[in-house]
Design a protein around this ligand. Structure first.
Ligand SMILES: [Zn+2]
Length: 490
């Protein structure tokens, strides 16, 4: 069976040799095992065995209930069940992580890291890891001083530590044609160094959940139920997608997790010592549309930032001193009361989702009428906009950077007065991997042969293997590499 499923779709001579040596001549190969053999049945048995033992078995499947407004006064809203949320229990994932093969590398206590310049002899604070950040130091201090012990174990003397949760999610298309998509949520622990977390095969990333999409049957349901469907379709769909995302997070942040946040969970760590672990959410990494969804704001609204209330018209002042001051002064907070009032208008008074009553509550901040799951579960002290962090590629958006890169290539054509000499040089140099001459810093050395940039670290920036100017079959990470490399060779 292993030979059949080895991933090769056509069988070659080498494959046949493998079959004879590894299967037919294997010491545990017995002819009688094959009596009544049926390849289809064996494949099914293999699938079932994998289902039971594998990661899939740790996931539970839930339906998510969202409340759909009726649009008519006196008609109560109805619940629609969205099937297919696959998720693992958050507290179990955290406990497992503390016993994973990497857990001996976890930092339980935060610290400050300094660099002493050999020239000036001055000390400089280094911020590079979650466990050397002020956020972790403060949280650790807070947990030591103020975290209560559970009522069933008030004399607990176990060491208290913080588990720094880092979430990320990104919807992914699985096919070139069609709409099949997966929407995974991942969890990493900031107690582990980023140099290990960033390695694709390190096992530091834990699968937490797969978010379902609104099924097609939702439109059938809502078109019959909501009397304003014909004119309000887009708004209702948008609203329900937001509701779905927040309901998914309310399910993930379950009661056990909230209990763990308050009283900690006792985990026997890899060194055999039991510690009381307090999970704290530090970061959430996502692209802009998902950030807008998570922060409960309008995408590209009048106030498009999820962290502050900078108006769209003032974004061009980015980097000015008054702009920085404004962003700090006008940090965004989640206005739960306004959202509650707007929801009343929609669900109780049957006002339109984009109507004036709802807008009067939300428009000044570009908020939406959806209750944030993180605030609802963790309390008003939790600030959802602060956890949503900057992610280079996601801030640029792949399409925008692609256009910019195309423009740079066009500039090269223009600088070469229409000939493709410079572009050819970019591509040709790439193939030879010659060291870049430092003597001249002309235009041609600007797009200094992407191919000459060697693989960085253990794979953060990979060698560019094809002609980068043609941009053929590049994945998002390749574009991120091109972007990072173009900043450095500039
Ligand atoms: Zn901002």
């Amino acid at each position: 069976m292993q030979w059949l499923n080895n991933g090769n779709t056509s069988k070659s001579e080498a494959q046949m040799n493998e079959f004879v040596h590894k299967v037919m001549l294997s010491p545990d190969f017995k002819q009688e095992h094959l009596t009544g053999f049926d390849a289809h049945r064996e494949n099914l048995r293999l699938d079932n065995a994998l289902d039971e033992s594998s990661l899939r078995a740790q996931f539970t499947e839930n339906a998510i209930d969202i409340l759909v407004p009726s649009g008519a006064i006196g008609v109560p809203s109805k619940i629609f069940s969205v099937p297919g949320l696959l998720h693992r229990k958050l507290t179990t994932v955290i406990s497992d992580a503390f016993n994973s093969p990497l857990s001996h590398l976890y930092h339980f206590s935060p610290f400050k890291l300094y660099h002493c310049s050999p020239v000036t002899k001055k000390e400089e604070r280094i911020f590079g890891e979650i466990y050397t950040s002020d956020a972790f130091l403060n949280e650790h201090e807070e947990v030591q001083r103020h975290s209560p012990l559970p009522p069933d174990d008030p004399e607990c003397k176990r060491e208290k530590i913080v588990a720094a949760l880092m979430f990320s999610s990104d919807a992914t298309h699985l096919t070139n044609f069609g709409n099949t998509k997966a929407w995974p949520i991942y969890l990493m622990l900031g107690n582990l160094t980023k140099y290990i977390r960033a390695q694709p095969n390190s096992g530091a990333m834990h699968h937490l959940a797969y978010i379902p999409s609104l099924p097609d049957s939702f439109q059938d349901f809502a078109s019959k139920f909501n009397c304003k469907w014909r004119t309000q379709k887009q708004h209702i769909l948008c609203h329900c997608r937001r509701e779905l995302m927040q309901e998914v997070w309310k399910t993930i942040l379950d009661d056990d997790f909230i209990y763990a946040c308050t009283y900690g969970i006792v985990i026997q760590c890899i060194d055999g010592i039991e510690r009381r672990v307090y999970p704290r959410i530090f970061t959430y990494s996502a692209d802009y549309p998902e950030k807008a969804l998570l922060a409960c704001i309008r995408e590209n609204g009048l106030f498009p930032c999820h962290r502050c209330l900078i108006p769209k018209t003032a974004i061009s002042r980015l980097g000015f001193a008054d702009d920085i001051a404004f962003r700090i002064e006008h940090a965004r907070t989640f206005l739960a009361d306004r959202v509650a009032r707007a929801r009343n208008f929609i669900y109780k008074s049957a006002k339109p989702i984009n109507g004036t009553d709802v807008e009067s509550e939300l428009r000044q901040t570009s908020s939406v009428a959806t209750m944030n799951a993180f605030v609802a579960r963790l309390g008003k002290k939790f600030d959802p906009s602060k956890m949503l962090v900057v992610d280079l590629l996601h801030e640029f958006e792949l399409g925008v950077w692609k256009q910019l890169f195309t423009h740079l290539i066009r500039l090269l054509y223009a600088a070469g007065k229409g000939s493709d000499e410079l572009v050819t040089e970019l591509n040709a140099r790439s193939a030879h991997m010659q060291p870049a001459p430092h003597s001249h810093c002309s235009y041609s050395s600007y797009l200094c042969r992407y191919r000459q940039i060697s693989t960085f670290g253990s794979g953060t920036i990979r060698k560019f293997s094809q002609n980068s100017s043609e941009m053929k079959k590049l994945a998002a990470r390749d574009f991120e590499d091109l972007l990072q490399a173009s900043i450095q060779i500039h």
